[in-house]
Design a protein around this ligand. Structure first.
Ligand SMILES: [Zn+2]
Ligand SMILES: [Zn+2]
Length: 335
């Protein structure tokens, strides 16, 4: 019997942090036990990809195909992969696999797993025409609609959602860094009746206008204080100096939620701005329950993602535009 010809895939590959991604052709891997192979329709570009590419996160698998906001169609199924069918549209996020047996996994905190795999960091991701993912860590997506518009939901949306939950029932919410995650979480928070105060890079008037267009009641530079004390603040910008600024903007009992995976050092600050039972917390990864909740909620609210498309081959350009703050909304690669 003649052997079936392997599927050839294209991928943008990182060989060494700090170096540009390289376009490569290779045989697409066959899905293993409980895995799916996806034909990628779109993959979002997240700030975490920048941290991987720039070498700010330790020990990536190298070479690595970045990308963890994957929208694709099931192209092949490994033995034991259940709950999906060939041709179905699914999404694959950052959390690629967990051990299922550490104290965190057993305690309902799989986002903190001691032995996880992360898509586009410790297992190959979606800057490619094909990606192999664990079926248990994928989610069905609507068959209709623009795949590129769905991609940012899979990390910017999910991390934003987990950050928003950490903010509790805050009725006024500061958002520092108005990029992909903020533009989604602002829509959710507004739909929940919260008032949004947006903090952007001082002088970035386009970002200020963007925040106002998404329903922020106030938008100003991150060097400014808000017109009233806030119940909570979420920081998406990877800038440690924003932590004391956000703390100073809080009323007593308020919380600062750090929504990014990496941040520059936090400068020292007077205890008085933490005093009054203010809190600082970080958000680490996400659970599959976060994903199920948010992917159900987003279409109900009618979350409208603002995307900038790049062909797969232009991944380096998309990353530079994100690094330099030239993007409004979310960058999405189209293979
Ligand atoms: Zn675990
Ligand atoms: Zn991400």
């Amino acid at each position: 019997m003649a052997e079936a010809k392997p599927t050839i895939m294209r991928a943008m590959v990182l060989h060494r942090p700090g170096a540009p991604l390289v376009l490569e052709e290779r045989a697409a891997p066959e899905p293993g036990d409980h895995e799916l192979r996806l034909r990628v329709e779109a993959c979002g570009v997240c700030r975490t990809d920048l941290h991987v590419v720039d070498g700010e996160l330790p020990d990536p698998k190298l070479p690595i195909v970045p990308g963890h906001e994957i929208v694709g169609r099931v192209d092949a199924m490994g033995p034991g992969a259940q709950g999906f069918s060939i041709g179905q549209r699914v999404g694959a996020p950052w959390l690629g696999k967990t051990c299922g047996c550490c104290s965190y996994c057993l305690g309902g905190h799989e986002n903190l797993c001691d032995d996880p795999l992360f898509t586009g960091y410790t297992r190959d991701g979606g800057y490619a025409t094909h990606a192999v993912v664990d079926a248990s860590y994928c989610f069905p997506l609507p068959d209709e609609g623009d795949p590129a518009a769905l991609a940012p939901l899979l990390c910017a949306g999910l991390i934003g959602w987990r950050s928003l939950k950490m903010a509790g029932d805050a009725r006024t919410l500061g958002i520092y860094g108005f990029g992909a995650a903020a533009h989604i979480v602002a829509q959710v928070a507004k739909a929940q009746g919260r008032r949004i105060f947006a903090f952007v890079r001082p002088g970035d008037d386009a970002a200020r206008q963007f925040a106002l267009s998404l329903g922020a009641v106030w938008a100003g530079g991150s060097n400014q204080g808000p017109p009233e004390k806030l119940y909570a603040a979420i920081i998406f910008a990877p800038v440690g100096a924003l932590v004391p600024r956000a703390l100073s903007a809080l009323r007593k009992g308020g919380v600062v939620v750090c929504g990014g995976i990496h941040m520059s050092d936090i400068p020292s600050f007077p205890y008085s701005i933490l005093w009054g039972e203010r809190k600082i917390v970080s958000v680490a990864n996400l659970t599959r329950d976060d994903a199920r909740e948010f992917l159900t909620l987003a279409p109900r609210i009618g979350v409208d993602t603002h995307i900038v498309r790049y062909p797969l081959e232009k991944a380096n350009e998309a990353l530079s535009d994100l690094r330099e703050g030239r993007l409004q909304g979310a960058a999405v690669l189209i293979p």
